[in-house]
Design a protein around this ligand. Structure first.
Ligand SMILES: Cc1cc2nc3c(=O)[nH]c(=O)nc-3n(C[C@H](O)[C@H](O)[C@H](O)COP(=O)(O)OP(=O)(O)OC[C@H]3O[C@@H](n4cnc5c(N)ncnc54)[C@H](O)[C@@H]3O)c2cc1C
Length: 343
């Protein structure tokens, strides 16, 4: 395959390809359905010299301007059970598969393990990038390995959990392999001895309300879907990228000092003794919930979510984020770090 055989599109609108609904354009756009496309790109001097943006569902991006390079839209498909051992069943899915559709498919196969991660938008290939997490579970707990291509060397990499260096909303793909590795497929290990994970009170309460004392994985998924639908804006109706800031991690000393001044401070102890603060609470306390700057706003039901109130530019989202960060820093001395990637 050569680059001339690829269907590159120019001056391509990304509006339908980012959940914020920001109307930015890509200089060039290419749907990627196989690794051959990526090899062809690498062997073309002009195409490989362009800045690259790997795109999945565009649900963790802020397009701050038109992208002057080549957008590689991961559209590969395929999912299958690839093996099992005493502990787990192994499921492999292509990067371009929709994450939530994969979760539902595993449940249909009678496999539990991903239910707490139901309804997270985006693609399978992006899930390891920030080690997606929700309701007490992170991807790394169900992760087995992935295949990626190193766009610099052309080498195919197989990375296990340790090699991915997963951390809270972080991985090697946001660090050393940033802008370098394209994830091709992900293999998950789903536990054979499944137990519901009800660490999060919201999920336990939802199941209680449904009178499900011994919930199945499907019940937990339904509960998570119901909670998320109540709390989070549907990007098809209100543009957003989910939680806009990471929950800040502070030392016990910082947490105690904050707690003295703000007895209501929402905080959770971490396994390493540090404390995670609820970023949404901090933002709410600064009076931002429901407010707007230009066409970008803070969602009225959840202060952690910034929304596009209609026609917002990436710059408007950035200005709002900066104003929120400045207020939280001034009031609490805590720096909020954005979760989405700014392009
Ligand atoms: C309403 C809503 C709720 C959300 N809830 C959660 C939540 O509960 N938990 C959570 O963790 N996240 C959440 N998110 C964020 C988002 O859904 C996840 O980060 C998701 O994994 C992003 O997938 P995507 O395909 O849309 O990635 P994109 O936004 O397309 O890309 C995100 C980053 O990953 C890179 N990337 C994408 N695909 C690949 C690939 N194949 N190889 C290499 N790099 C790649 C991109 O270059 C970019 O840097 C939410 C978002 C929304 C809109």
């Amino acid at each position: 395959m050569t680059i001339s055989q690829l269907s590159l599109q120019f001056d391509f609108s990304l509006r339908q390809h980012n959940t914020f609904g920001i109307d930015a354009k890509a200089h060039a756009y290419l749907p990627v359905t196989s690794v051959e496309t990526l090899h062809a790109l690498r062997s073309d001097a002009a195409a490989s010299a362009l800045p690259r943006l790997v795109l999945g569902g565009g649900s963790n991006l802020v397009l701050t301007q038109d992208f002057p390079g080549l957008v590689l839209h991961m559209c590969s498909r395929g999912r299958e059970i690839v093996g099992e051992d005493n502990d787990a069943v192994y499921v492999k899915a292509a990067a371009g598969e929709n994450w939530h559709a994969l979760v539902l498919w595993t449940l249909e196969q009678g496999l539990g393990g991903l239910e707490n991660l139901s309804l997270i938008p985006g693609s399978v290939g992006a899930a390891p990038i920030q080690n997606i997490g929700a309701y007490g579970i992170e991807l790394q707990e169900r992760f087995h390995e992935l295949t990626a291509i190193d766009m610099e060397s052309g080498e195919l990499l197989t990375l296990d959990r340790k090699a991915c260096a997963f951390a809270y909303r972080d991985s090697i793909f946001k660090q050393r392999l940033r802008d370098r590795a394209v994830v091709l497929d992900v293999t998950l290990a789903l536990p054979k001895r499944w137990q519901p994970d009800l660490r999060y009170a919201d999920v336990a309460q939802e199941l209680d309300a449904r009178k499900l004392a011994q919930p199945t994985a499907r019940d937990v998924s339904d509960a998570v879907i119901a909670i998320r639908t109540r709390k989070l804006p549907d990007p098809a109706l209100i543009g957003n990228a989910g939680s806009f800031f990471k929950n800040p991690i502070v030392t016990e000393q910082q947490r105690n000092a904050l707690l003295e001044r703000h007895p209501q401070l929402v905080n959770h102890v971490q396994p390493d003794g540090a404390y995670k603060l609820a970023a949404g609470w901090l933002i709410d306390q600064c009076g931002w919930k429901g407010k707007s700057l230009g066409a970008a706003g803070v969602y009225e039901k959840q202060a952690l979510v910034l929304v596009n109130r209609g026609g917002a530019t990436g710059q408007e989202v950035v200005h709002l984020a900066q104003a929120v960060q400045a207020d939280v820093l001034a009031r609490f001395g805590v720096t909020l770090e954005p979760e989405p990637i700014f392009i």
